[in-house]
Design a protein around this ligand. Sequence first.
Ligand code: NAG
Ligand code: NAG
Length: 142
Amino acid sequence: MPSKLSLVTATLAAIFASTAPAQIPANCSRMYEVVADDTCDIISAAQNVSTFQLAHVNAAVINPDCTNLWVGEVTICLGLNGQDCTSTHKIVSGDSCWDIFVTEGIDLATLLANNPNVDNACSNIYPDEVICTASEVIAYDP
Ligand SMILES: *[C@@H]1O[C@H](CO)[C@@H](O)[C@H](O)[C@H]1NC(C)=O
Ligand SMILES: *[C@@H]1O[C@H](CO)[C@@H](O)[C@H](O)[C@H]1NC(C)=O
């Protein structure tokens, strides 16, 4: 006999399953199931996906302020085959791009190419942002 909790879970699952499913690209390299209290920064940090990549891959389903994670999508795609940066660094207070490229051993041009959301002076990074620290330039689709 199912417990009340599992009935609630099953009911919620049915509700979410019946709303519009997120469009998972056919060439998705990894998927993630959104849980309560997730934010884009939390997902990025926990799943090693850069802030840029999460937003880029999900441009059609997650709004720029990332306030609609629960509206319709439960499963989201974190990266695409061939365009998936899995080396990441979570910005902490006081970090600079200099620290990052020294610590990670990558050059600034690569860092900036893989994180188009970071300005050329690297003045707009912020704590909890996750940046891609891959040593190769990833050819993201426009
Ligand atoms: C993210 O990276 C860290 C550090 O390399 C690792 O310990 C952790 O298992 C990774 N998490 C996932 C979900 O890949
Ligand atoms: C993924 O598929 C889309 C649509 O078919 C295509 O436009 C895109 O170039 C593909 N990306 C990769 C990384 O294969």
